[in-house]
Ligand binder design. Structure first.
Ligand code: F6R
Length: 616
């Protein structure tokens, strides 16, 4: 949550570079944004700051040219959505700009101490304590510098063209000392315009360094850096970094020592082209992604299947949509491979994991690979000796690096806050792995390819238009329910999640069999109810549930290969056997998108959400 982007280099349009970077990170939070830049041309380097509430969207910046800048797009945690609370924040003298992603748990005590020492706060954020702590730390080292000067050392440069290595070193050492005083999980970056460098430190929240040819970069997410460089260093927890025009240094934040070896990754991800809405673009990419998985990830699926077969207990863990994919995996493994796997949501797994041991396998599912609840679960499983695997989309992410065996979803950057292609990609890998566990990998691959072809037809033969018309009809509904049985139960949860998070219609998914146990009390005349009815053993039972809803006036939307009188609206999908969940994921995604448009909402950036949930 929150996006960070920084640049130091030879370009003289740093603020523009940072603005463009923030636009790519906006999915991480869009309550407010801001940039601090070093002004060019003045003998005394000055810091200029611009802040706004609301989304960046197509915003431009009025900041003038300069060689370094740091920006932030905020998902509010401490303090309301105001300009004053937007990052960057400055120290009392306006000398340093600080941005932050995460939560400083002991900010109240630190603030009290700093106020008592005479510092003036201008925001309600937890972040601002870092500015004032840095100010104090640097005041200490400035006086050391004054002593050096009086012994004839070079005067510390405030000139635009002569950044000082010593000054940068002082900055990073100060930041590491400050970082030790902070409780909680954070990524912090500090721009010192006089020294022409950015210092950063991380614990928990992600931070990636980009080695450019025209300077160096840092960002919360690799996808924002790819247009500048594919040479990336992923900071680990407990590391700090310093970037300048022609250097990138990584430190161990505990000892303050530079790391002798810094791993540089060469990232292969392709940058995708922008479109009107990422959501529809990403929905439409699904056939391509699924085919790519069938072609390129079968070997990985077999390895996952082997690891699952060898483990004593297997746990699929994820959050939100990833938890729904995990739950679907539970059904797929039971049905196809007769193998039991538990599904647990990331934020709960830690409370249920006491029994894990070296024979357990924990499989984390995540698009971003940065979801903190998942990462903490995985780390606690590791402490108990469990083997770890992951289905993850972002190459080099924290999850990718943490586990013993990572399977890349190869879905390319997913920018819409809603998971669509990354969700079906997870199902695709799980489907192949379930078949592989039975020695039937080729069958799984072929089925996945078939699902891709059927989705392709669905997206191009008029059924999208049918859903658009349906959305127009039900867009003013207050409530919407989705039911499914067996593997369609998690799909009902996922369909309801998609619809509610983007259209703000209250939508709930239920196991079809639970209807009579209370849920049916919610149905009123005209209430839209989506019924997932693949041609499997659940068909007749779910049809009975649909009849019961219809008898109470519900408006029945059947997603099924099979026509029935009970459907008021029939969205026909292909019968693809055990791949039904993958194909059935798509119509609700389109319905969610169309509902958002009908209700005048931005499908890519629903309110209150952020793509990568890096705070607890
Ligand atoms: C819903 C959605 C979220 C994410 C969840 C986990 O559309 O996108 O529920 O699935 O926040 O995110 P990742 O997969 O990045 O761990």
């Amino acid at each position: 949550m929150c996006g960070i982007f920084g640049y130091v280099g030879t370009r003289d349009d740093a603020a523009q570079v940072v603005l463009a970077g923030l636009k790519k990170l906006e999915y991480r939070g869009y309550d407010s944004w801001g940039i601090a830049a070093r002004q060019n041309g003045s003998a005394l380097a000055r810091l200029l700051v611009e802040k706004h509430t609301g989304k960046i969207g197509q915003a431009t910046t009025s900041l003038p040219g300069g060689p370094s800048a740091l920006g932030h797009t905020r998902w509010a945690t401490h303090g309301g959505v105001t300009e004053a609370n937007a990052h960057p924040h400055l120290d009392c003298q306006g000398r340093l700009a600080v941005i932050h992603n995460g939560i400083i748990e002991n900010h109240t005590e630190l603030r009290r101490e700093l106020v008592a020492a005479g510092h003036t706060f201008t925001s309600q954020t937890d972040t601002e304590v870092v500015c004032h702590l840095m100010e104090d730390e640097l005041r200490g080292s400035d006086s050391e510098e004054a002593i050096e000067r009086s012994h004839g050392a070079t005067v510390r440069s405030h000139e635009a063209t002569r950044p000082s290595e010593t000054g940068c070193e002082r900055l990073i050492q100060a930041l590491m000392r400050v970082f030790h005083r902070l409780d909680g999980l954070s990524a912090i970056s500090v721009l010192d315009p006089q020294e022409q460098c950015i210092a950063a430190a991380k614990n928990g929240s992600p931070l990636v360094l980009g080695w450019g040819t025209d300077g160096n970069y840092l960002a919360s997410d690799s996808s924002a850096l790819l247009e500048h460089t594919r040479k990336l260093t992923f900071l680990e927890d407990g590391q700090a970094a310093l970037i300048g025009t022609d250097f990138v240094k990584v430190y161990d934040a505990a000892s303050g020592q530079p790391q002798a070896e810094v791993r540089i990754w060469d990232i292969t991800w392709q940058e995708e082209v922008d479109s009107l809405h990422y959501m529809t673009k990403e929905i439409n990419e699904q056939p391509l992604v699924l085919r790519r998985l069938a072609a390129e990830r079968a070997g990985d699926a077999q390895q996952l299947a082997d690891a699952i077969q060898q483990a004593s207990t297997v746990h699929f863990v994820g959050c939100g949509s990833a938890a729904n994919a995990a739950r679907c995996g539970e059904y797929l493994f039971s049905r196809i491979a007769s193998r039991q796997a538990n599904c647990v949501v990331g934020s709960e797994f830690g409370y249920l994991a006491d029994f894990l041991d070296a024979r357990s396998l924990v499989v984390g599912l995540s698009q971003s690979g940065e979801t903190i609840d998942l990462l903490e679960s995985m780390k606690s499983a590791r402490r108990r000796g469990a083997a770890l695997a992951a289905l993850v989309n972002v190459e080099g992410s924290s999850l990718y690096r943490l586990v013993d065996h990572s399977i890349l979803l190869s879905a390319g950057p997913e920018r819409c806050v809603l998971a669509t292609k990354s969700f079906t990609a997870k199902l695709g890998v799980l489907l192949m792995a379930a078949y592989a566990a039975q020695g039937r990998l080729a069958e799984g691959q072929a089925l996945l390819e078939r699902a891709a072809t059927e989705i392709q037809s669905f997206l191009s033969d008029g059924r999208v238009e049918q859903i658009r018309a349906l959305a127009a009809r039900i867009a003013s509904s207050e409530h919407l329910y989705v039911i499914g049985r067996g593997p369609s139960y998690p799909m009902a949860l996922e369909a309801a999640l998609k619809i509610k998070e983007v259209s703000y219609i209250h939508a709930e998914g239920f196991a079809g069999g639970e209807l009579k146990h209370g849920v049916i009390a919610l149905v009123e005349p005209g209430t839209p109810c989506v019924v997932l009815a693949p041609n499997d053993e659940t068909f007749y039972s779910i049809l009975s549930g649909a009849e019961e809803i219809k008898a109470r006036g519900g408006y029945i939307i059947g997603i099924s290969p099979t026509p029935s009188d009970v459907w008021d609206e029939h969205i026909q999908v292909a019968d693809v056997g055990e791949a039904a969940s993958i194909v059935n994921a798509v119509p609700p995604q389109i319905l969610a998108y169309e509902l958002a448009l009908h209700r005048g909402l931005d499908p890519d950036k629903p309110r209150n959400l952020a793509k990568s949930v890096t705070v607890k």
